[in-house]
Design a protein around this ligand. Structure first.
Ligand code: CP
Ligand code: NVA
Length: 309
């Protein structure tokens, strides 16, 4: 059976911990796995722009001895030039795995359903599991543990938050979320996370008050108010999220040595101030770097001797 990586909820807590441990080994000894995926080819099917996801996957596969082919929005009009299922079956005849960045999560699911090679979600409207994987790796590196730490997410109930909620509830991280009431995380994803939290002992809460959520937090996390694909709502969102900016005043209620995270790209002056991004608590470029290490671990797991096809 080929394995896909579409959401964090598709993993067990054990799978997730093993991936994080492998990522730590990849980071410690970057050359140890050189040639482990020699001759393997990755197709990157991207319907939206990307710096981190694209470059970190291209470098990761090269470090492992393989190569990548980038197909941007002008190369593959998913479902427009030809049906997504035909793209999936065609690419699977040439490459060993597909990383897809799509508007609709249904497109990543369709690629996974029809391709006989592993499909990795490189961001959809609902999930960004590679990002959350790097984020938990970064938190564990910086805090020395994951279980019991308090992560405060302030902003939009979007794809990044959904993946953080799935991972936090698997790993026993306390997740406190502040969004405007209209921009809460999707009900089905949140309900499943609450259910999972009951099993794993993780704690989850939501509020529309950023100060209540940030109080005493170990980590304060934010992401853009307007995700890719929602640009038409930008003006309305700017007004709705005005009270949800991560600034120095908000950080004063968090732990004194709290860490600040953002998946990037950041919109300074909207969800976060320039002062906070550039300040001593910010670990945003560690997060960005760690995309590379966790994705090496992911590729080894999906395509290495014991995984993949
Ligand atoms: N964080 C992230 O996924 O960045 P890119 O959109 O640049 O890939
Ligand atoms: N939520 C953002 C994440 C970008 C990496 C978006 O989807 O645009």
């Amino acid at each position: 059976m080929k394995k896909d990586f579409l959401t964090l909820a598709s993993l067990t807590a054990g799978d997730l911990r093993r991936l994080l441990a492998l990522a730590a080994r990849c980071k410690r000894s970057p050359r140890a796995c050189a040639a482990a995926l020699s001759g393997k080819t990755l197709a990157l099917v991207f319907q939206k722009p990307s710096v981190r996801t694209r470059v970190s996957f291209e470098v990761a596969i090269r470090r492992l001895g393989g190569s990548a082919i980038y197909l941007g929005p002008d190369d593959v009009y998913l479902g427009k030039r030809e049906p997504t299922k035909d793209v999936a079956r065609t690419l699977a005849r040439y490459v060993d795995a597909i990383v897809a960045r799509t508007f609709s999560h249904k497109d990543v699911e369709a690629l996974a359903h029809f391709a006989c090679v592993p499909v990795i979600n490189g961001l959809s409207d609902l999930h960004h599991p590679c990002q959350a994987l790097a984020d938990f790796f970064t938190m564990s590196e910086r805090c020395g543990r994951l279980r019991g730490i308090t992560l405060a997410y302030i902003g939009d109930g979007n794809n990044v938050l959904h993946s953080l909620a799935e991972g936090a509830t698997l790993l026993g991280v306390t997740l406190r979320v502040a969004t405007p009431a209209r921009y809460r995380p999707q009900t089905a994803i949140w309900k499943a996370a609450v259910k999972r939290a009951r099993r794993t002992g993780a704690r989850l809460m939501w509020s529309d008050d950023p100060r209540e959520v940030a109080a005493g937090a170990d980590v304060v996390y934010t992401d853009v108010w307007t995700s890719m694909g929602y640009e038409r709502e930008q003006a309305i969102r700017r007004r709705a999220f005005r009270a949800f900016q991560v600034d120095e005043a908000l950080l004063r209620v968090a732990k004194r040595r709290c860490l600040v995270m953002h998946c990037l790209p950041a919109h300074r002056g909207e969800e976060i101030t320039d002062e906070v991004v550039e300040g001593p608590r910010s670990i945003v470029f560690d997060q960005a770097e760690n995309r590379l290490h966790v994705q090496q671990a992911l590729l080894l797991t999906l395509l290495g001797k014991d995984g993949g096809r």
